[in-house]
Design a protein around this ligand. Structure first.
Ligand code: SF4
Ligand code: SF4
Ligand code: FES
Length: 243
């Protein structure tokens, strides 16, 4: 039994301790096999996936209770459900994708060597769960509230602006490195490096290495951060000579 199955049982008979009916507890989940990244919460003080947090193991640590809290670095929507949109915005900010110019057949892309594939594959396992951001001392919560009369579009634009100025975090940095080493993704490597050098970029990383310690996918985040540090330094020098 995992934490999600416990939550499902609790939600199915949502009552207070004295038996009054209440609204069921709210949480986020989807795949139930540590792939989608949606079910991240702080369980007995450790950030992790609820779907792979096994109840019998948790009770070995503390036989009396299991404590569940929402992540602290993201706005709480309700109960254990948080808004991770800042994480997804960081992928937009860093252009963490391979550009395609349409959906027509462009033929085979450039080949990747076995060694390149082996370096890239672990980075591609990121499921945007947010554990690395929750654990990072440099990643502080950004929470805005909608002003009276403010349209949804204006509120989204204000949020994106605030997110774009705050620390981007290890997950985004690592995805920028994944796409900067992809033979097609490389074509806009410079734009990713510009974004990593802007406000809230890699310079805000304090090298505490908490991120790598908590990543459920064991992604070599500090290696990505070191690589991003080298690439941005070379990019800055190149830009200076090109002036
Ligand atoms: S190494 Fe950087 S990104 Fe990772 S936890 Fe430390 S400050 Fe955060
Ligand atoms: S790098 Fe790891 S901890 Fe961070 S979002 Fe991706 S999978 Fe989660
Ligand atoms: S439900 Fe998808 S990672 Fe837990």
């Amino acid at each position: 039994m995992n934490v999600i199955s416990v939550l499902q049982r609790i939600a199915a008979t949502a009552t207070t301790v004295d038996g009054k009916a209440v609204a069921p507890v709210v949480w986020d989940c989807n795949c139930l096999e540590e792939v989608c990244g949606a079910c991240t919460m702080v369980i007995n003080g450790h950030v992790r996936q609820a779907c792979t947090a096994l109840v019998d193991r948790l009770l070995e640590d503390n036989p009396k209770e299991i404590e569940l809290r929402p992540m602290t670095k993201f706005p709480v929507v309700r109960d254990l459900y948080v808004d991770r949109s800042r994480l997804f915005r960081s992928l937009q900010r860093l252009k963490a994708w391979v550009p395609v110019d349409g959906y027509y057949d462009m033929g085979p892309g450039p080949k990747q060597s076995r060694a390149e594939q082996e370096t890239a594959y672990p980075l591609s396992e990121c499921m945007s769960c947010g554990c690395c951001l929750e654990a990072c001392p440099q990643y502080t919560k950004v929470e805005l509230t909608r002003n009276e009369g403010e349209s949804e579009v204006d509120f989204a634009a204000r949020k994106h602006d605030a997110y774009d100025r705050a620390f981007v975090g290890a997950a985004g940095i690592s995805q920028a490195m994944l796409f900067n080493t992809n033979p097609t993704g490389k074509t806009n490597a410079g734009e990713r490096l510009d974004a990593l050098m802007a406000e809230g970029g890699i310079q805000d990383c304090g090298n505490a290495q908490n991120c790598v310690a908590v990543c459920p996918k064991e992604i070599p985040l500090t290696t990505s951060i070191a690589r991003a540090g080298r690439q941005t330094t070379l990019h800055a020098i190149k830009k200076w000579f090109d002036r």
